[in-house]
Each structure stands twice: as C-alpha cells, then as structure tokens.
Design a protein around this ligand. Structure first.
Ligand code: TZP
Ligand code: MG
Length: 220
C-alpha cells in the first residue's frame, strides 16, 4: 500500500496523441518527452495511446511504441502501466493496468494475471468508490476529472477538488490519485484534501521545461 502511494506521487499519463503539438513524429516525440520526465523524477507512467490522433489504427506500431516506453521505464525503475488494453499489458509484461468503469471488470483481469499486476480503476462518483473500496483486487483509484480537461475525448463531468475530501470522509481508504486539468499549483491542495498523488498529461507533455515542471509537482 505504501509502495502504491509512493508510486502515485507524480503519475505521468500519455500517448502519441498527446504529443502532436510538437513538430515531427508523434511516437518519437512521446519517447523524447517520457525520457525527460523519467530523468526528472516522475514516479509512474501510464501508456494511454487512444483516440483519433493515436496509433490505435496500427496495433503493431502501437505495441512497438508501448514496448519502447516499457523499456525506458524499466531503465529508470519506474512502474509502467497500460491503459484499458489488458491483452497488451499482459503481452508485454507491463507492471500494471488502469481501467475505467466500463472496461474489463477487475475480477476478470485478475483471473488472467498474477497478483503482482498493479490494477487501477477510474472513479467519478462516490458510489463507484464505495462499491469497490473493500475490493482486494484493486490497488488504487484514479479520481477525476478533478478540473475540466482538454486531453480526453468525452470526459465525464469535473468533480472538483472537494470530491477527494468527500471520498475520505465517506471512509474510502484506498490509495487515490487525482487526475484532470491539474497543474503544479494545484498539487499541494489536492494532497491536503486526500490525494496520495496527482496524474497529469498536458502539464508535462506541453511543458517547455519538463525538469522544472516535474520538480514543482514533487515540491523539490
Ligand atoms: N482521465 C480523466 S481526466 C484525463 C484522463 C485520462 C485527462 C488528464 O489530462 P490533463 O491534460 O492532465 O488534463
Ligand atoms: Mg478506459
């Protein structure tokens, strides 16, 4: 549990679609950004390659990119998590999988994997967390979107920072990571309200100084 909380501290999420604002090849841009983020001290990475501008239509290229990201994370000893795609996660030996409420059920994932696989579940409503709070199958909840986000197609309504406090007050004791529209200046407040860490896409992919951004998030 403490390892998971530490891992959630600064959780970077990205796919090739998040790197299209830069010149050149999006997949290469992701590798370049991930390398800088790892070098700067992110504590976890989630490969989330999805949507219109991703490599979704080219599964072989997507898998290759995932493997390159996995290898980079391994080099830095940082957990490598795959979003949604359980088959991909298992095929390439990812450290974990992150799923939403409408993705594969956690019990089904566990039946296919061993206990060492880290499993995260997205939560946007109180009852979702309460229903799964005691589930030993789930290692952490991703809470959000906290603020409006530009990085997700069809995002659920923003829940606001107080939702973290509401979850804690309701007795939710799982490790929590806040996600959605989060910037450096929000991190301290979100932690104070009950988050064990923050997960970000654009704050890192669109940063002009990744090393400084990561340090600000980590408060170092
Ligand atoms: N899930 C909820 S919000 C979100 C995801 C994947 C996107 C977060 O991206 P950003 O750029 O940090 O708002
Ligand atoms: Mg999903």
């Amino acid at each position: 549990m403490n390892d998971i909380k530490k891992m959630l501290s600064l959780y970077f999420v990205a796919g090739s679609q998040d790197c299209r604002h830069l010149a050149g090849n999006r997949a290469e841009n992701l590798i370049y950004i991930l390398l800088q983020a790892l070098e700067s001290g992110i504590t976890c990475f989630q490969f989330r390659d999805k949507g219109r501008f991703s490599l979704e239509q080219d599964p072989a290229a997507q898998k290759l990119l995932a493997i390159r990201c996995r290898d980079l994370c391994r080099r830095y000893g940082v957990p490598f998590i795959v979003n949604d795609d359980v088959e991909l996660a298992l095929a390439i030996g990812a450290d974990g999988i992150h799923v939403g409420q409408s993705d594969m059920k956690v019990k089904e994932i566990r039946a296919k994997s061993d206990r060492t696989l880290i499993v995260g579940l997205s939560v946007n409503k109180l009852h979702e967390a309460l229903a799964d709070n005691d589930s030993a199958e789930i290692d952490y909840f991703g809470i959000g979107p906290i603020f409006p986000t530009q990085s997700k197609e069809d995002p659920k309504p923003a829940v606001g920072p107080q939702f973290l406090a509401e979850l804690r007050q309701a007795g939710v004791d799982k490790p929590l990571v806040a996600i959605g529209g989060i910037n450096q200046q929000d991190a301290a407040q979100l932690r104070a309200l009950g988050a064990d860490g923050v997960a970000v896409i654009s704050a890192i992919t669109q940063s002009t100084n990744i090393s400084q951004t990561v340090k600000e998030f980590l408060g170092v």
